[in-house]
Design a protein around this ligand. Structure first.
Ligand SMILES: NC(=O)c1ccc[n+]([C@@H]2O[C@H](COP(=O)([O-])OP(=O)(O)OC[C@H]3O[C@@H](n4cnc5c(N)ncnc54)[C@H](OP(=O)(O)O)[C@@H]3O)[C@@H](O)[C@H]2O)c1
Length: 333
């Protein structure tokens, strides 16, 4: 897959079809190969718009990923067999293809045994309807459970994980990222710009208005204005802005270039309302951040580990075996 992927969540919602097709054309022209959609984007409109583009252009080298779980057909739930088998069929129909390259389970489903989900997806893989699978929006233990069950049960083994990851939210570094590295999973982070925040378009003392994501809905999703308008956010934005100025680049390019430098990140999912926004972020691959840039960005955005058990484990790993066991007469537990 290409290091930058094209997300299509805006297609048919903020982005009309002609602009969506212009984004797709520009993306493949820039060497992009991975395109990410989902059954729920625009209630199926994103997959339909992508399907019409695929039918017209016939790009054999393009990889298509879609997702199921949050729009279960009537009479089904979550990531159950009945839900995913029907959702996949509906996605293939809207996309106008026989198979997708990656089928993502869009989030953990506490009501369905993971064996059932994996068994259903394995059967679809054998029928040739999907080439590989991935999971999105899971915790570390859930990801480990999925991987262990897949390996030990002889099911199709996931190859990719799709979490939120950006300079304003590095919480996957605590559990999900180490698990992905341990398992050899490719990471394709969503929301590289924190929903637009990392472009510097929002202000500290002014609720957003106008044709931006939060201008249209300040309470939207993880990027909601009141949730992200914090000192921690402004600390990060200040450093992103300084690095951007130093390189004469946009803040968006700095945010994406930082993600590209992170371990395990295979392909960053870009999202754009307009072709101009897309061409801005596509230029991120030509930005080389220096060690000093990375250190400043890393320091400003560090997630900070909870003291227990992480701090304690970190202290253990710095100790020698004798420190662990204690010296003669030392009864410390
Ligand atoms: N698995 C999941 O649960 C999940 C969840 C979310 C997204 N995704 C995937 O990840 C993709 C990207 O996520 P995202 O849309 O949240 O990414 P993002 O990069 O954090 O935010 C994209 C938004 O930022 C603004 N923007 C983008 N480029 C800009 C630029 N150069 N200058 C100024 N503003 C710019 C646009 O919003 P405005 O112009 O409207 O402000 C755009 O819609 C999605 O398309 C989807 O494929 C997956």
């Amino acid at each position: 897959m290409s290091r930058l992927a094209l997300g299509t969540m805006t297609f048919g919602v903020e982005t009309p079809e002609a602009d969506a097709h212009a984004q797709l054309d520009a993306f493949v022209e820039a060497g992009g190969t991975l395109i990410d959609t989902a059954d729920v984007y625009g209630d199926g409109a994103s997959e339909r718009i992508l399907g019409r583009w695929l039918a017209d252009r016939r790009h054999d080298h393009v990889l298509v990923a879609t997702k199921g779980r949050f729009a279960p057909p009537p009479g089904s739930r979550g990531a159950s067999r009945r839900s995913l088998v029907r959702s996949l069929d509906a996605s293939l129909d809207r996309l106008g293809v026989d198979a997708v390259d990656v089928y993502f389970v869009h989030g953990w489903d506490e009501d369905t045994p993971v064996e059932e989900t994996l068994d259903a997806l394995s059967a679809e893989a054998r029928k040739g309807k999907l080439h590989s699978i991935g999971w999105s929006n899971v915790t570390g233990w859930q990801l480990a459970r999925i991987m262990t069950t897949a390996r030990l049960g002889g099911y199709v083994v996931p190859t990719v994980v799709q979490p939120q990851y950006n300079l304003l939210d590095r919480s996957i570094e605590v559990e999900v990222l180490p698990c992905a590295l341990e398992e050899g999973l490719a990471i394709t982070p969503w929301s590289p710009l924190g929903g637009g925040w990392l472009t510097g378009k929002y202000a500290r003392d002014e609720r957003p208005t106008g044709a931006t994501r939060l201008g249209e809905d300040p309470d939207r999703g993880v990027e909601a204005y009141d949730t992200r308008n914090t000192e921690a956010t402004w600390r990060v934005l200040e450093v992103v802005s300084a690095v951007a100025k130093r390189h004469d680049r946009t803040m968006a390019q700095v945010a994406v270039a930082w993600l590209l430098s992170r371990p395990g990140v295979a392909s960053v999912l870009l999202g754009a309302r307009t072709p101009v926004q897309l061409s801005d972020v596509l230029a991120s691959t030509s930005l080389s951040l220096t060690e000093a840039d990375l250190a400043a960005l890393g320091q400003a955005s560090a997630p900070g580990l909870p003291a227990y058990p992480y701090g304690m484990l970190e202290a253990f790993s710095a100790m020698t075996v004798w420190d662990h066991l204690g010296t003669a007469g030392d009864t410390a537990g």
